[in-house]
Ligand binder design. Structure first.
Ligand code: SRM
Ligand code: SF4
Length: 569
């Protein structure tokens, strides 16, 4: 009998190391790619989408979402200006993602190659930004010079490059065989083999994140592998390794669920050992991840099945030695460094600054005369040569600012409508939304488009119960996949069905505990009213300095539901 692979696996085999029919289809006049090519395109960082607003009224209008990988979120001024210049190929916006990448939306098929070539000229790549491979490696990009962060960025870049697919297909298709210095040499005589991935790559996407001790701005527990450096006497002494985190769940698949990564082991500080252990974990996913059900294929389900002990034993077998137990981790913050911070000092002892700019939903665009975010940021980078760093909370840091330039930069930010973060309402300051409608094919409800209004409503509730300055972390996703990581947010709103949302409460503000389902099938208009009694209860009953998420967790969902019985629609 023929040995049939599941369709998604067979498609990878048929694509012959990520070639498929993309090249031929780029030459034809159709405005869309075939289904087979769409699957392969994802590994090249491109999703074919159709505008969901248009879909309602007539024939589908196809375009592409293109994701540019930015390891650790670090961009040179030249790279930022290239990204900005190329935004006009799409809808004129650059969108910072929750994994420090840049996305373009509405890129027409005939201009895809021009876009990817343009990126390659500035050593930027879309290869493996999506697909069943190791995705963009994230890290906290705050550039504090006294905290070894620059050094960790070198590990991020190294790991990123080492785990990229090696096929030459990307360069053959998009760049006529030329490849930029950011990607590794294709391996094998014709760049056709994949020593790590093989023909069928991974069962599913795979995500790696670094965090700094105490600083969980990257949401480390939401990653397949989490890496936390350890320091002793001012020196890097090694890394604590976590595994098995992920947010996605599917309404129709009961066993699917968000999961926090488990601490697995401690290793030494060398790049070689870090790569060895990370690669071994990737191969565990490759060899044991579920290849028959993509909804249960992430590494987190291997951890669920095996438990930490068995996982560690398999890892030790793969690296050929015992691994030390993980060091305990403690966290003190998980919010981006918004506003002005001292980065270091120049050669004359004058301060060097960085400033964390709040970009709501990561959308950099010239929205109106008063809100010209793209123009303002471009002007700053052009004039002052600022390095740009993207964060996992969809914000950006303008770095290495001389003391003498600080007030001019602050004035440009103000004039282009990028408000000083401390002047924003507290809930808006740290809110995150996924794109959802109209671009995302999987969106069940709105997310990014309703976020500002929803945040206003929740802020109004906080004001009315007498907590106007309370910071409450708020995230919304248009479906249970959880791209904004709503399950690690103090308030997580998740699209469930037409105009209906689930509300999750009780996650830790430090990103160390998942929230619990508080209410289901809540109409969009009822979200804030449903939260009103909970916020009021919090105001009355909280302990000293108790965060909202910690309070909800302590009190429990049952008690919260009791005091917040549904408000009439
Ligand atoms: Fe995501 C799929 C957007 C971070 C879990 N995600 C998608 C797609 C590509 C929809 C699709 O498959 O057709 C979305 C494109 C929408 C659009 O129009 O742009 C999409 N995900 C995003 C971004 C842009 C959201 C954002 O607001 O920034 C983020 C891009 C990150 C990047 O640069 O790589 C993004 N996605 C995440 C995260 C957060 C994270 O990684 O820290 C998660 C949860 C963590 C995790 O992976 O578990 C996430 N996205 C998913 C899932 C669920 C995966 C699962 O295990 O079940 C899907 C659906 C899928 O893969 O089938 C998905
Ligand atoms: Fe799309 Fe769902 Fe991700 Fe939002 S959470 S971008 S709706 S897949």
């Amino acid at each position: 009998m023929e040995n049939l692979l599941p369709a998604a696996e067979q498609a990878k085999v048929d694509a012959k190391f990520l070639r498929g029919t993309i090249q031929e289809e780029l030459e034809n006049t159709s405005d869309m790619f075939s289904k087979a090519a769409v699957g392969v395109l994802k590994f090249h960082g491109t999703y074919q989408q159709d505008d969901r607003d248009v879909r309602k009224g007539g024939p589908k209008q196809y375009s592409c979402m293109v994701r540019v990988g930015v390891p650790g979120g670090v961009l040179t001024p030249d790279q930022y200006l290239t990204l900005d210049r190329l935004a006009n190929i799409g809808d004129g916006s650059l969108r910072i993602t929750t994994r420090q990448d840049i996305q373009y939306h509405y890129v027409p098929k005939p201009r895809l190659r021009e876009l990817i070539r343009g990126l390659n000229d500035s050593y930027l790549s879309t290869l493996a930004a999506c697909g069943d491979v190791v995705r963009n490696t994230i890290s906290c990009p705050a550039p504090f010079e006294n905290e070894h962060r620059q050094n960790i960025q070198e590990y991020v870049t190294f790991l990123s490059r080492s785990l990229k697919p090696k096929t030459a297909a990307y360069y053959d298709i998009w760049i006529n065989g030329e490849h930029s210095a950011t990607a590794e040499e294709p391996s094998g005589p014709e760049g056709r083999t994949e020593p790590l991935y093989g023909l069928t790559y991974l069962p599913r996407k795979f995500k790696i994140g670094f965090a700094f001790p105490g600083d969980n701005t990257t949401d480390i527990y939401a990653n397949d592998i989490g890496i936390v450096p350890r320091y002793g006497s001012g020196q890097l002494t090694g890394f604590t390794i976590l595994a098995g985190g992920g947010m996605g769940q599917s309404a129709g698949v009961k066993a699917s669920h968000p999961r926090m990564a488990d601490p697995i082991c401690s290793i030494g500080p060398s790049e070689e050992e870090l790569l060895e252990v990370a690669t071994a974990i990737v191969t565990i996913h490759r060899d044991f991840g579920n290849r028959t059900n993509r909804k249960l294929a992430r590494l987190k389900y291997v951890l669920d099945d095996w438990g930490v002990e068995k996982f560690k034993t398999e890892l030790e077998a793969r690296v050929g030695r015992p691994l030390a137990p993980p060091e305990p981790l403690t966290w003190t913050r998980a919010e981006d460094y918004l506003g002005w911070h001292r980065q270091g000092m120049d050669e004359n002892g004058a301060p060097i600054w960085f400033t964390g700019v709040r970009i709501v939903s990561g959308r950099i665009r010239d929205f109106s005369e008063k809100h010209r975010f793209r123009t303002g940021l471009r002007e700053i980078v052009q004039k002052f040569g600022s390095e740009v760093r993207l964060t996992c909370q969809q914000n950006l840091y303008l770095c290495s600012i001389r003391d003498a330039d600080r007030s001019a930069i602050a004035a440009i930010l103000r004039n282009c409508g990028l408000a000083e973060p401390e002047t924003l309402p507290p809930v808006l300051r740290h809110a995150i939304a996924c794109p959802a409608l109209p671009t995302c094919a999987l969106a069940i409800t709105e997310s990014e488009r309703i976020m500002p209004q929803l945040v206003d409503e929740i802020q109004a509730e906080l004001n009315s119960v007498g907590l106007p300055d309370q910071v409450v972390h708020f995230r919304t996703s248009g479906c249970p996949n959880g791209c904004s990581r709503p399950y690690t947010s103090e308030i997580g709103i998740v699209g469930a069905s037409l105009n209906m949302y689930s509300i999750y409460l009780g996650a830790s503000p430090l990103g160390t505990r998942l929230g619990s389902l508080f209410a289901q099938n809540v109409k969009r208009e009822q979200i804030a009213p449903r939260l009103r009694p909970v916020l009021s209860f919090y105001k009355e009953e909280r302990q000293l300095n108790e965060a909202f998420g910690d309070f909800c967790h302590r009190v429990g969902m049952e008690a919260l539901r009791e005091i917040a019985s549904p408000v009439a629609a």
